[in-house]
Write a protein that binds this ligand. Sequence first.
Ligand SMILES: NC(=O)c1ccc[n+]([C@@H]2O[C@H](COP(=O)([O-])OP(=O)(O)OC[C@H]3O[C@@H](n4cnc5c(N)ncnc54)[C@H](O)[C@@H]3O)[C@@H](O)[C@H]2O)c1
Length: 314
Amino acid sequence: MSHITATPSVRRVAVVGAGTIGASWAALFLARGLEVVVSDPAPDAETQTRARVAEAWPVLEKLGRIVRGASPDALRFEPDLDAALAGVDFVQENAPEREDFKTALFARMDAALPAHAIVASSSSGLIMSRLQSQCSHPERYVIGHPFNPPHLIPLVEVVGGNQTSPDAIERAIAFYRSLGKHPIRLNKEVPGHIANRLQAALWREAIHLAAENVASVADIDAAVSQGPGLRWALFGPHMTFNLGGGAGGLSHFMDHLLGPVQTWWADLGAPEVTPELRRQLIDGVNAEAGGRSLAELAAQRDSQLTALLKALER
Ligand SMILES: NC(=O)c1ccc[n+]([C@@H]2O[C@H](COP(=O)([O-])OP(=O)(O)OC[C@H]3O[C@@H](n4cnc5c(N)ncnc54)[C@H](O)[C@@H]3O)[C@@H](O)[C@H]2O)c1
């Protein structure tokens, strides 16, 4: 029986773990005018978090995501986890991706949380049924997996474990929607959720093509970014092929092209990533970067992503 009953709206959010993902979530929560308390034991965590939020703020402003009265100064940093969790409605957990670590962390958080609070884990691939196994109130725990950076990319993958209540899943989805995110619901747990599995499938073949010297790393990347990647910002693979079938839609597309596609499936690779292949990929991506630093590439990604999101919203 779930002890999560009424559906109080979320006002106070705790961000537990404020590295790359946690700090970005904190920026979004602050922009939406929520009370945000951040907890992270790293000695420089408060400084780092405030710096990352300040960096994200102008982009959020450009996207029109900041509600009246919201301010980055509303962030409260609380290194003591129990104190951070007092009175919160929702927790977004972003601690290191280790099953044993998160399992122990959840059991500890469980004892300090108000009865109605929901906990969403950003975990990229861990299984919630295992993470919630040591909790007294496992029904409140869900996966709420974002994409980097969560303050910009709309997708959140939501899935419960075998002890999660349907109510907790629905409340998490409603909360993410209220932030302007695009939550999707998984009907069952799978390692890596959906989007990372799709990325992994594509990357596996991209590595295979590089290993077979079909093209350079830069050209294989361009085969995505200058081609189907542009359409994928608008429609996923099923809808893309629905349009690829002309007037007959997906049905015609499958009559016409599923046969050839199936022969390609049979030919796809499962490369063994040897030290030599690793080197080839790293050298290839460095050549593709053409002297641009990682910071420059990330700045380019964020500014073009902002322009793209603005264009899509129009
Ligand atoms: N980096 C990504 O692209 C990405 C994308 C989506 C989801 N995620 C997931 O988000 C989570 C965090 O990943 P990240 O990339 O931000 O890692 P990170 O290493 O940047 O941050 C982890 C943070 O957790 C803190 N931490 C350590 N012990 C803690 C504790 N007991 N309580 C609270 N905080 C603690 C660390 O000090 C660090 O700041 C992982 O579960 C990861 O799978 C990562």
